[in-house]
Design a protein around this ligand. Structure first.
Ligand SMILES: NC(=O)c1ccc[n+]([C@@H]2O[C@H](COP(=O)([O-])OP(=O)(O)OC[C@H]3O[C@@H](n4cnc5c(N)ncnc54)[C@H](OP(=O)(O)O)[C@@H]3O)[C@@H](O)[C@H]2O)c1
Length: 240
């Protein structure tokens, strides 16, 4: 997998960081996008440069809630990498609130970061790529009508639709697929027990962790005929 590049949004921490480390291990050069986690991004870049000295790792800051900034993001990355083989839209905000608790500001921010920004990145990626792969991080919540995270869920439902819509429009040059995790990591203010409690309610009874996401990512990359698919990594939660 030499000379391949992946742009991963929200790559400084958590699932995005695991994806970056996994893809780097598999030979990818990585464009590490971050917003507020500058120190984590720098630390990840330093680790990857030391571990894989023959590969290229660059960090890029962009606030995905500022749509004007998102519109210049792809060009900035392409100044440093001649092409991007894989775009991973991972960055997201996860705010709680039923519909009646949701302010316009919260709704706008969820939509900007979780839908508008990946829409623009997918569009600009397609306009700049002869061939490629897009992988969108969705959520098993796209299958339910629970409004506990109303704006977040709506943004991910629309993002899932965008995944399939863009798979059709961008074919055959670019394959577009989604990964829809269930409870994988607890929110930063909650512990593992919160996650275990949520996982107990799923058919598989246990939180799968990050491994199923990385396995799904590899499957998407390896399967050259796969497009418009959403792989659920949720222990069967989507069946409930
Ligand atoms: N964790 C789970 O159990 C779970 C479950 C279902 C689905 N998912 C999905 O899987 C993906 C990764 O999950 P995660 O829990 O690792 O995500 P996360 O920690 O909530 O967020 C990932 C990154 O998104 C970036 N981000 C947030 N607001 C941004 C903004 N305004 N501009 C640019 N970047 C911004 C942050 O970057 P900075 O830190 O640099 O600001 C953050 O590190 C997400 O798409 C999420 O919806 C996760």
């Amino acid at each position: 997998m030499r000379n391949k590049t992946a742009l991963i949004t929200g790559a400084a921490k958590r699932i995005g960081k695991s994806i970056a480390m996994h893809m780097a291990k598999n030979g990818f050069d990585i464009a590490i996008h971050y917003n507020s986690s500058k120190n984590d991004a720098i630390a990840l870049q330093a680790f990857l440069m030391e571990t894989y000295p023959d590969q290229k790792f660059k960090i890029f800051k962009c606030n995905l809630s500022r749509i004007n900034d998102v519109e210049t993001c792809m060009d900035k990355v392409l100044l440093h990498f001649e092409k991007i083989d894989v775009l991973v839209n991972n960055a997201s905000v996860f705010d709680s609130g039923v519909i009646q608790e949701t302010s316009v500001e919260l709704l706008q921010n969820q939509m900007n970061v979780n839908l508008m920004a990946p829409f623009i990145l997918c569009r600009d990626y397609a306009m700049n790529s002869q061939i490629g792969v897009i992988i969108n991080l969705l959520d098993t919540r796209i299958t339910t009508y629970s409004s506990s995270h109303a704006a977040y869920s709506l943004s991910k439902v629309a993002f899932a639709h965008l995944t399939k819509m863009s798979a059709l429009e961008f074919s055959p040059a670019i394959r577009v697929n989604g990964i829809a995790p269930g409870a994988t990591l607890p929110p930063e203010n909650r512990g593992q027990s919160y996650l275990n409690k949520m996982a107990e309610r799923t058919p598989m009874k246990e939180a799968g962790g990050i491994l199923p996401i990385l396995q799904s990512l590899d499957y998407i990359l390896d399967n050259q005929n796969l497009t418009g698919q959403i792989l659920f990594c949720d222990g069967g939660e989507q069946l409930l």
